[in-house]
Design a protein around this ligand. Structure first.
Ligand code: DSN
Length: 426
């Protein structure tokens, strides 16, 4: 068959872009080559609806071994007793959790999207806000920290069936113990969506949500550095206290309800090529090399935060505990949109982001979100954060100066040549 050069040329162009630029999107990372190879394998040909040992198709004996390996490795990482590795994404994982735990119209309490939350935590634009009644907590204006008093007050007043913690743009750790206490007092389940900091939690560098939260969901492609996908886990199984039943009307353990919610609830055939890639990345996470990586992520994020503060940037909560920071650009007379677009021209990639109490639309925003998981995988260390921030600052100080931007772009390419990406790909 003739090679589709139209598509492969574009793939190579994207490889080139990834190699030359500085990648600071907090939710992105670079997987190992073996993770990419597994995703491009013959496993994509196989239908395997169901679960290991209980499939609706023949010929699943190898697939069963692969999926079991992924589940067992994931359980080991988080000291979990149950895991589902089939969700195609974090959004799919959360959809399945809601389907398993709640009835349509039930109330949920999540971090407001405009305060750093996630679409699937109750945004009116998302299934979570359309099918469920969403109420929200936020962060404190003075500190930028999650307002647990507000969470408690809203929970007491609204009696949500589920409290969701986790965020897309929050640079601090979570008080899971307090959240569970609020949930116990008000009769709610707790879902921790750890999509962003999962890799740091895996290595005990942040608080452990499994101790206190009923259910934990995540993506696999952010700090976990695996293929694009989702997962759901529990350390302790339990019978759904909200009285949600399986399709036959039986009360079942949460693990069974969650499995049923993923398939056949919200998905059909699992992506077994991606599940194989998940298994590989989970194996990588269990190594000492990954522990070194996760520690370096935090060291790099703190060095980067300091470099920004030194240059007068206004960091929400004044710093970071994890892999990212949120920067309010209003004191620099810039919007997030302008900053993102200008930095893009210099091949420095990050995203515009609403800051808490933002006065601009989500398409413009007052801020940017900056994360270090991808550059840490490239091999950048804390001493490299200064020159990176210097280049960002040079662009943002002079956003209309195309000559300067071109000069920084050249510096970016020269700088990143020191950190080869996928050299095996030629
Ligand atoms: N889109 C992801 C992020 O960038 O954080 C969240 O789903």
């Amino acid at each position: 068959m003739k090679k589709d050069t139209a598509v492969f040329d574009l793939i190579n162009k994207e490889l080139d872009r990834q190699r030359h630029g500085i990648e600071l999107i907090a939710s992105e990372n670079f997987t190992s080559l073996q993770v990419i190879q597994a995703m491009g394998s013959v496993l994509t040909n196989k239908y395997a609806e169901g679960y290991p040992g209980k499939r609706f198709y023949g010929g699943c004996e190898v697939i069963d071994e692969i999926e079991t390996l992924a589940i067992e490795r994931l359980k080991k990482i988080f000291n979990a007793t149950w895991a589902n590795v089939q969700p195609h994404s974090g959004a799919q994982a959360n959809t399945a959790v809601f389907l398993a735990c709640l009835k349509a119209g039930d109330k949920i309490l999540g971090l407001d999207l405009s305060m750093g939350g996630h679409l699937t935590h109750g945004s009116p634009a998302n299934f979570s806000g359309k099918n469920y009644q969403a109420v929200f907590y936020g962060v404190k204006k003075e500190t930028g920290l999650v307002d647990y008093d507000q969470m408690e007050a809203v929970a007491k007043a609204e009696k949500p069936k589920m409290i969701i913690c986790g965020a897309s743009a929050y640079s601090r750790d979570w008080d899971y113990k307090r959240i569970r206490a609020i949930a116990d007092e008000t009769g709610a389940l707790v879902l921790a969506d750890i999509a962003h900091p999962a890799g740091l939690i895996a290595k005990n560098l942040l608080n452990d949500p499994f101790e206190h939260c009923h259910i934990v969901s995540s993506t696999t492609h952010k700090t976990l550095r695996g293929p694009r996908g989702g997962i759901i886990m529990m350390r302790n199984d339990f019978d759904n206290p909200l009285g949600v039943k399986d399709p036959k009307g039986n009360i079942r353990p949460m693990s069974a309800l969650l499995d049923l919610a993923v398939f056949p609830g919200v998905q059909g055939g699992p992506l077994e090529h991606v599940i194989a890639a998940k298994a590989i990345s989970f194996g990588e996470i269990l190594t000492d090399d990954y522990t070194t990586y996760a520690k370096q992520v935090i060291v790099n994020a703190q060095a980067m935060a300091q470099a920004f503060v030194k240059r007068g940037y206004d960091l929400i909560s004044n710093g970071t505990d994890n892999h990212l920071m949120l920067i309010d650009l209003r004191n620099k007379n810039l919007t997030g949109k302008k900053a993102q677009e200008t930095l893009d021209k210099a091949h420095i990639t990050l995203n515009k982001n609403a800051v808490p109490f933002d006065d601009k639309s989500p398409f413009v925003t007052s801020g940017i979100r900056v994360g270090v998981p991808a550059v840490t995988t490239r091999g950048l260390k804390e001493a490299d954060m200064e020159p990176v921030v210097e280049m960002i600052d040079a662009v943002l100080k002079d956003v209309e100066n195309e000559g300067k931007i071109a000069e920084i772009k050249k510096q970016v390419h020269e700088f990143m040549e020191r950190f080869p990406l996928y050299p095996e790909l030629g």
